[in-house]
Structures are given as structure tokens and as C-alpha cells.
Design a protein around this ligand. Structure first.
Ligand code: TRP
Length: 457
């Protein structure tokens, strides 16, 4: 076991920015805008907000509390609080494995964003003046026999370089720089988008509710996305929570992280849809939105494809990187805390292993597109296994653990440490207790069954 004194975040803001960096990722900028578009615009946004409040906030607080009270990685945390129960240790282990698996395909997409920064900066978007041209370019790049692997490796190397230097000197330092940069870039892109002639239709698309699209299905999509977007269910927030000092107010941190994450999702929609509408493209193209429609939008923007295209993909790469840090940190923390290995070695070896597993994912759009398990490519299989099975399962188990096994009383005591002066503590505590014990587990079970196709409406 590692007997050294545990590293702590240098500042409250450093912790909040790192956790927000984990939460704010491809999910916010690539996925949220198009699922909101598909599921009723503003009405969906409303549902999403309800899910964040009723499930996202309580589960995030659970993870922070479990992490801080033990000051351990997910396996060590579950183990300590359950008195070394084998089942709960396995649950922690499932989180570490999820981090490993998610990063291996997440970094493939992260690699695409890095490649697209180069495409933008070298002026390539100016040739992609229609969505079909942009899409052809995307298929050509992602189907290439080695470039996606090179950029995937480059993305992992950036994550390793950061996690390698530790919590303060690596993750916190970089998030302190990258997150403000992300906010500034996003604001610049929004101002550009909403001042284009004809942008109003795009703003209306995102903000005008269409209540006829509010179905049970939309609700489950919102809930599932709330989970993924807040990085819940695999111990990422347990791990980040384990570096928080007792004097910090975890209630406030939870509110900040979830608030920033939601804000960036909404603002990303506000940067994307007005531009898409102003150029007169179809906003409902689904997952291809960013790579299919946006390069063509940039090509036609006053100010040029170089500038706007590059800025947008820098934004996307930052969002992906700070999420990648947290995924690699979960794996690293496990080997450091449980096995006592030195961080710098672990981060490199874990990075290499993740890189290797990511190779078939990187090739899933080209040479290996016909290698399928249950009709899914390697990339899709890992995405399905983690997003639809491991994360909801991990989320359900953390609620059961904090609400029933470890117990709400010690959990609340830990949550309230550092929150002595806070008002409405009793009310918040009672609400949290109710949500964690009853509402969140039931909601998560529903999403779970739905995403496995076991229930439908
Ligand atoms: N939240 C990130 C996003 O929105 C993805 C992510 C990062 C994640 N770390 C995670 C998801 C941990 C679940 C668990 O893109």
C-alpha cells in the first residue's frame, strides 16, 4: 500500500474545474445538440434539467462523498467502506475497467478532433463547401489504414503526459488553463454564430419547446445522457473526490460541476444551430452533425474556414482531453493506491495498454469495419458495453451502496463536513436521502432496461 500522504487539489476552483473538465466532453458538444434537436428542442432541454436535478446531482454527491471519506481509488473506496466485501470490491473494479474501456474508444474520437484541428489550420475546410464533400472527407480520414491510429496515439500521449505529472502538477494545472480557454472559445463561437444573418431560426430551434415530442423515450434518452455527460457510474468522481480536502464544501462543488456541464451543453447548441440554420442546412442529421455539416458551415462563414473551423475543433479537442485525463486517472489511481506502483510508470504502461486496445477501435471505420461482434464493430461494441451496460450498472450500484449499504447517515456526515456554515442543510440532506434511496435507483433501472431494449414505449 502506498503510505505517502495523499495529494490534494491545490484550490477549490482547481478541483471544480478538473471535475467539470471530466464532465464537459464530447458528450456536451457533439451529442447533446443533436439529441436535443431530435427530441423536441427546448422541451427536451427541460426534461434534461429535471434529470440532472433529480438524479445527476444526488449521484454525483454520492461519488464525491465515497471518494473523500476514504481517500482512495474506487476499488479501495468500496473495499474500505464495505469492510473488504468481495462483491463491492468487484464493483469498484468494474469502474476501473470501464475507465480503461471507455478511454480506448473515446481517444479515437479525440484523435479525430486533433486531426481536424490540423485540417482546419491548413485550410482544408475551404474545399468542403457542401455536407456531402465534408462527409466524404470524414469517411476518407476515419477509414484510413493508419492516420486514425497515429492521432489516437497522440491523444493518449497527451493524457499520459498530464496524468503522469500528478494531480496538482498535471491534471489541475492543465485544467486551470484549458477550461477557461474552453469557455472563452465557446463564447467567441456563439457570438459569431448568432450574429450571422438568418441565425434566429437556429436559436428558436433550440429554445422553442415542442411538447409533442416529449415521450417516455425522450425522457430515458435525457436521463441516460445526464449520466454519461456528468461522468457518473464508473468512479471518475470517486477518484477526483478522493483528492478533496475535508474543509471543502462538496454540496457547492457538485452544484458547480453540474451547472457548468449543463451550461456548456446548452451553449454548444447555441454555437452550432444558428450557424447551421444561417447557412440553410438540415439540422436533424443526427450523430454526423459535427463532421458532416459543420465543416461546410465554416467553409461559407464570413471570416473563413481557417479561423472558425480551427477554433471549433480546438474547443472540441480541449473538451475531449480534459475528459480523457479523468478516465486515465481512474485507472492510474487504482494501480497507485492498491498496488503501490509509482504513478509515472503506471500512467505510461496504462497508456500503452489503452493505446493497443484502441487500435481495433481506430480501424473500425476502415480496414476492420467488417469485424463484428453481435453485429457491432469493435468501436461500437465498446461504446455499447460501457455506455449502455457498465455505466448504468455502476450508477445503480453506487446509489444502493450509499443509500443502503454504507448508509445515508455516515454519507451525510461526510457530505456535511466542510459545509458547516451552509444554510438549508437539513432540507438538502433530507432531499438527498430520499433521492438517493428511492428516486435515482428506480430511474437508473428504467434507463438500463430501456437502453438494453428490454422495455420500450
Ligand atoms: N462526460 C464525458 C462527456 O460528456 C465523458 C466521460 C468522461 C465520462 N469521463 C467519464 C463518462 C466517466 C462516464 C464516466 O463526454
Amino acid at each position: 500500500m502506498n503510505q505517502e500522504k495523499r495529494e490534494h487539489w491545490k484550490s477549490h476552483m482547481g478541483f471544480v474545474l478538473a471535475a467539470a473538465g471530466s464532465a464537459i466532453g464530447l458528450g456536451n458538444i457533439w451529442r447533446f445538440p443533436y439529441i436535443a434537436g431530435e427530441n423536441g428542442g427546448a422541451a427536451f432541454v427541460l426534461l434534461y434539467l429535471i434529470c440532472i436535478v433529480l438524479v445527476g446531482l444526488p449521484v454525483m454527491l454520492c461519488e464525491f462523498v465515497v471518494g473523500r471519506s476514504t481517500e482512495k481509488d474506487p476499488v479501495g473506496a468500496y473495499s474500505d467502506l464495505s469492510r473488504r466485501n468481495v462483491f463491492w470490491r468487484l464493483v469498484g473494479f468494474m469502474g476501473v475497467a470501464s475507465g480503461f474501456l471507455i478511454l480506448s474508444y473515446y481517444s479515437v474520437v479525440g484523435g479525430w478532433t486533433l486531426a481536424y484541428i490540423l485540417e482546419g489550420a491548413t485550410g482544408r475546410f475551404s474545399q468542403l463547401s457542401s455536407p456531402d464533400l465534408a462527409w466524404g472527407n470524414f469517411l476518407k480520414f476515419t477509414g484510413h489504414p493508419y492516420w486514425p491510429i497515429v492521432f489516437h496515439g497522440f491523444f493518449i500521449a497527451l493524457c499520459v503526459g498530464t496524468v503522469h505529472s500528478g494531480v496538482r502538477k498535471g491534471i489541475e494545472r492543465w485544467c486551470d488553463i484549458l477550461m477557461p480557454a474552453l469557455f472563452v472559445l465557446l463564447l467567441i463561437l456563439i457570438v459569431r454564430a448568432v450574429t450571422l444573418p438568418g441565425a434566429r431560426a437556429g436559436v428558436a430551434f433550440l429554445l422553442k419547446p415542442d411538447f409533442s415530442k416529449i415521450t417516455t423515450q425522450a425522457f430515458l434518452v435525457a436521463l441516460g445522457h445526464a449520466f454519461f455527460s456528468l461522468s457518473l457510474g464508473m468512479g471518475a468522481m470517486i477518484t477526483y473526490g478522493s483528492y478533496v480536502e475535508k474543509k471543502e464544501n462538496l454540496w457547492k462543488a457538485t452544484a458547480w460541476v453540474a451547472g457548468l456541464d449543463t451550461m456548456v451543453a446548452l451553449l454548444a447548441g447555441l454555437a452550432i444551430f444558428p450557424a447551421v440554420f444561417a447557412i440553410g442546412f438540415d439540422p436533424a442529421v443526427g450523430p454526423g452533425l459535427i463532421f458532416k455539416v459543420l465543416p461546410a458551415v465554416f467553409a461559407r462563414m464570413p471570416g473563413g474556414a481557417y479561423l472558425w473551423g480551427t477554433l471549433f475543433f480546438v474547443l472540441l479537442a480541449i473538451a475531449a482531453l480534459t475528459s480523457g485525463f479523468s478516465l486515465l486517472e481512474v485507472v492510474t489511481a487504482y494501480f497507485v493506491d492498491e498496488k503501490g506502483y509509482p504513478r509515472h510508470k503506471v500512467s505510461i504502461i496504462a497508456g500503452i495498454a489503452i493505446f493497443l486496445l484502441g487500435i481495433p477501435c481506430a480501424l473500425s471505420f476502415g480496414p476492420m469495419q467488417d469485424v463484428k461482434f453481435f453485429n457491432r464493430t469493435v468501436f461500437d461494441s465498446l461504446d455499447f458495453l460501457t455506455s449502455n451496460i457498465l455505466l448504468p450498472l455502476g450508477g445503480l450500484l453506487i446509489c444502493i451502496f450509499a443509500g443502503w449499504v454504507w448508509g445515508v447517515k455516515p454519507a451525510l456526515e461526510e457530505a456535511n463536513a466542510g459545509a458547516e456554515g451552509m444554510r438549508c442543510k437539513a432540507v438538502l440532506g433530507a432531499a438527498w436521502k430520499f433521492l438517493v434511496r428511492y428516486v435515482s435507483p428506480v430511474a437508473v433501472v428504467l434507463v438500463f432496461l430501456f437502453s438494453l431494449g428490454l422495455i420500450s414505449f
